[in-house]
Design a protein around this ligand. Sequence first.
Ligand code: FEO
Length: 399
Amino acid sequence: MRAVPVSDGIFWVGAIDWNLRDFHGYETPRGTTYNAYLVRGQNMTALIDTVKAPFVPELLSRIADVMDPAQIDLIVVNHVEPDHNGGLPAVMAACPNARVVASGSGVRGVAEYHDGLVVDPVSATDVIDLGGKTLQFLPMPMVHWPDSMFTYCAESRTLMPNDAFGQHMASSARFASEVGMDLALEELAIYYANILMPLGKQVTKAVEKVVATGWEIDVVAPAHGVIWRGEEFGRVLEAYGRWSQGETTEKAVVAYATMWGSTKALAESIADGIAAEGVQVYECDLTSTAIAQVTHELLEARALVLGSPTLHHGMLYKVSGYLTWLEGLHPAGKMGAVFGSYGWGGGAVKQITGRMEAIGFEMPIEPFSEKFRPTEDDLAAAHAWGRDIGKAIKDGASE
Ligand code: FEO
């Protein structure tokens, strides 16, 4: 299979997972790639990252397009999560002369994953000279695992930051300019929302750390999705800055599940009321909408308005499931509001309110509940409740 030149002496030799539809619990309708890179010096060649175990033959085939894998001298493990490190033992078997390095935490992670396998630690003070090409390392704890590390080749002005700045998107194209910046940035946002959202402080620190190195960077080659070149990376950094600071716009996500249509009817009136205040609305039924998509919409929204009917004294499990997802992502600086319908005994609205408060949503608006099928008056009241939310969003949304 084909290797793709990325920058001077650096080749993409990764694997394309066209059929991945779920990445540890969230939907990936466009699949993904596991990117690995060969850095060729005059004296040594390094492989930066491996791939998910079943994709090792593809990786080795792409390496063979450039050189004999057995001649690889160094393997850098930037991150021990199995989508990058799962194939390490098989790659080591094909590269018997290669020294393997990882961050201090990465050394422990490799041993944990691979039955005590011993690799060497590298740190920010190490430079490995490949002959006309050098590799430097920047440990990036919690962006997004303790072991995460960036690798930089100064001579090719290329940063290989593993998961950071990545996107889950399978494509025959390797560069953002080939798929178009709109799509690449949309996938960047989906990735950030569903993986990095709880790590805003660490992401801010990571960006500051990279800037502090003074490294000159023309190419940013992440471990998933397409590669950023030139000015494109400025847009990526600008977006990461906005998201890691939790900046929001005048937008609400109205998400709900429904049994017999009453909660759905309320949702529509509420969404209409919010929009009547000039606030952007994204409305969805959680039963049929991917959680990755809802969370992408929520990333820059000021408010989440969540609704459920009451079943067995509580909320529908699709709403509970989405709250479980948010309990992990811990969105900060957002407003919440809760609505729902019930037959003879409520319960869902109180339950949702408690869980949203525990996540950290500000809840300035009293919940809205309605019994059985909403009448015209009930829908008008829901619309007015929506307008109150719209006003609160306009009062509180950051610019
Ligand atoms: Fe792409 Fe954290 O693994």
